[in-house]
Design a binder for this molecule. Structure first.
Ligand SMILES: [Zn+2]
Length: 324
């Protein structure tokens, strides 16, 4: 199968990592908003994560079914954040869905909340209007790109909101499950709390490839809003010392050890700079003025909201007093 005769999606780029192993990385302007994977186990297809919308996930399903001429046997979720599983509703009952118990419970909770929110479509429209007004007034290009992305993402959800039927995991994993076909084996393993309350990875030991979900944000800011930073660092250190050579992150570009090292450096730099601000007695607002060195400073393009979330997390962690 060459890439020339594979259906091209406007939502993601498909990268072949090995014979029968593909990463689907989010395209700017598309409705995926996260990365996914397609793995041919041999007579069985396994998909890792399901994007932020059913619109993009339908393309993921189509690409996979076209390539291997069979239904998708297994769908696994790396973690509970919406941008990785809203699209799961695009898969039918031929596909068995797996997640950790913690991830499953959280998706059910958030899915219920989201279903409740879909009962008020006017509020979503108002939210978009508010963001559009902010965009009109915003002069900082970094924040403008951020707002444009949020508007686009919200519009994609509004478009499919009336049909939203959350799909949850059929099976849960405790620590690790092995999926086997007649060509390869894939290990689906929980790494515990780090970026989220439970991060699972898909390990292809024979191929040296690991799909690491949001443990990895490559060449962009990681989202630290609800993290356990100590565990997250350990997860990344473990992967950096592992025998895997190729990593597929939940967001950003494909990478290797260098990208993992850079992400760890981002944590260190944020910790140092915000630590200095806290020691000086800076307020959270004042701490926002820290200036990051390159390449991290470039990561702020379209990432100002995430920067503020991360800064707040780090400020609190380092003993800074929050006013609210
Ligand atoms: Zn996440």
């Amino acid at each position: 199968m060459t890439s020339a005769n594979v259906f091209q999606s406007r939502h993601f780029d498909l990268h072949q990592l090995a014979d029968g192993v593909f990463a689907a990385t989010h395209k700017k302007g598309g409705a995926a908003f996260s990365n996914a994977g397609i793995i041919d186990l041999g007579e069985r297809t396994l998909v890792v994560d399901a994007f932020d919308t059913a619109l993009a996930a339908r393309d993921l399903r189509k690409v996979s079914e076209d390539m291997f001429s069979r239904p998708i046997d297994i769908l696994t979720l790396t973690h509970s954040h919406n941008d990785h599983w809203i699209g799961a509703s695009a898969f039918d009952q031929a596909t068995t869905m797996y997640a950790s118990k913690i991830t499953r419970d959280e998706t059910v909770k958030w899915g219920d909340e989201l279903l409740e929110d879909t009962k008020n479509p006017d509020e979503w429209d108002e939210w978009v209007t508010e963001m559009e007004e902010q965009l009109q007034a915003e002069e900082d290009e970094r924040a403008r790109v951020d707002l444009e992305q949020s508007i686009r993402r919200t519009r994609y959800f509004i478009a499919e909101m009336s049909e939203f039927k959350p799909r949850y995991a059929d099976q849960t994993l405790d620590e690790s499950i092995s999926f086997e076909g007649n060509q390869r084996q894939a290990e689906f393993r929980s790494y515990g709390a780090g970026h989220s309350s439970d991060d699972a990875v898909m390990l292809l030991h024979q191929d040296g490839i690991a799909f690491i979900g949001d443990i990895g944000f490559f060449n962009q800011q990681p989202f630290m809003g609800v993290c356990n930073l100590d565990h997250w660092r350990k997860q990344l250190e473990e992967l950096r010392k592992s025998s895997f050579q190729s990593f597929v992150p939940g967001h950003g570009t494909l990478g290797s050890f260098d990208e993992i090292a850079l992400q760890l450096e981002y944590f260190d730099i944020m910790e140092n700079l915000i630590g200095q601000a806290v020691q000086k007695g800076d307020s959270l607002e004042e701490a926002l003025q820290i200036s990051l060195p390159e390449p991290f400073s470039s990561w702020l393009m379209g990432g100002m909201t995430r920067f503020k979330v991360n800064l707040r997390y780090m400020y609190k962690r380092l003993g800074g007093e929050l006013q609210d």
